[in-house]
Design a protein around this ligand. Structure first.
Ligand code: BT5
Length: 330
């Protein structure tokens, strides 16, 4: 859906109004259009689910805001420098990652964000599916153009994971746990997944797409039975519904800050924060190395590039770049 500056202005005026009313005259003055045109804009907002009353001689009053992560809503109060410079909201799409990737190939600037209400072909890693029902969750992709070599790209997964955790803690008070490389868990169940994709030349990244899916208000019956690991949503875990727009805004702000910190100070402080929420260190695990077999060992840490370090039975250390981890003993 294309961003409507008029819609954004109307929402902003409602948000700023002390008693919730904005007169038709004021709206038509600020927008520079006729009162009839204002009426049409109000009609479009109503169609999106905004409950707006029209009271003769007082004007319009916003009674209820739908839980939609619309670009115009997100921009109100969004305080970022890069991430979210340009926001695209889609009611339905195949995959926000695919859309952001296409924008990247078409030359779109750093910081563009694509958000969808629902995905028909949400992507996980290694060709897996991300279940993406409408109206409940957040599906978002951010296009970045970091001035880095391609081998640094996996580091950005730690940047986006820490941003997701911070947003979860800030909005819900829940304390998430990280599982290498890309899972965020609450109460032992997966609540968010990250999929970062890259377009690169031999020695430089052209762009990276950070894909983020967070289960906000999904109900138990919306999860398929055959998931790789138990899953949950913030609502199921915390017992309270989470506003998609408020969560998205918090996430974009955290991501903006962490991305700037990463470019200025490197990965180390972010990795330290990531590790403080990771409960794998010291545990005996089995890693399915993306097609190249199983490795067993004790997790001794994460190296400075974000690779998983495993102490093997023969005393040597294996450095794992990609795979799925399963805890086999403590
Ligand atoms: C991931 O893959 O966890 C990455 C998920 C990234 C999704 C976002 S949504 C916005 C953006 N646009 C996209 O198209 N993708 C990104 P992986 O570690 O491979 O986990 C996938 C596995 O998690 C699936 O095979 C299922 O078993 C399970 N799964 C699928 N949907 C889930 C959900 N909503 N919640 C929890 N687990 C899920």
């Amino acid at each position: 859906m294309t961003v409507s500056p008029a819609r954004e202005t109307i929402l902003r005026l409602f948000h700023q109004s002390p008693d919730g009313y904005v007169s038709g005259v004021r709206l038509s003055e600020v927008l520079g259009v006729s009162r009839n045109a204002v009426w049409k804009q109000i009609g479009q907002l109503r169609q999106l689910g905004y409950l707006i009353e029209a009271i003769p001689s007082r004007g319009y009053r916003l009674r209820e805001t739908p839980d939609l992560p619309l670009a115009e809503e997100l921009r109100i109060g969004l305080n970022t420098r890069v991430v979210g410079r340009d926001l695209h909201y889609l009611k339905e799409t195949d995959s926000t990652n695919r859309q952001a990737y296409a924008l990247g190939e078409a030359g779109a600037g750093e910081g563009v964000v694509v958000i969808a209400d629902r995905q028909t072909a949400g992507k996980g890693r290694m060709g897996r599916i991300w279940v993406s029902p409408p109206a409940v969750n957040l599906y978002l992709s951010v296009l970045l153009r970091p001035p880095l070599p391609p081998h640094a790209a996996p580091q950005l997964t730690f940047v986006s994971t820490v941003a997701v955790s911070r947003a979860i803690a800030a909005v819900s008070g829940l304390q998430p746990i990280h599982k290498w490389p890309n899972d965020v868990l609450v109460d032992g169940c997966k609540v968010a997944g990250l999929l970062n994709e890259m377009s690169a030349e031999v020695d430089r990244i052209r762009f990276v797409v950070l894909g983020i899916g967070v289960n906000l208000n999904m109900t138990a019956d919306q999860f398929p039975a055959d998931l790789r690991m138990p899953a949950t949503s913030l609502r199921l875990a915390g017992g309270v519904a989470v506003s998609r727009a408020a969560f998205a805004r918090e996430l974009l702000q955290q991501l903006d800050k962490l991305y700037a910190d990463y470019l200025n100070f490197g990965l180390a402080p972010i990795l330290a924060e990531w590790e403080s929420r990771c409960d794998l260190i010291g545990r005996q695990v089995e890693v399915d190395e993306a097609g190249s077999g199983l490795v067993r060992g004790r997790v001794s840490g994460i190296d400075r590039d974000g690779a998983l370090l495993l102490e093997l039975a023969d005393g040597s250390t294996a450095r794992i770049l990609a795979g799925d981890v399963k805890v086999v003993a403590t």
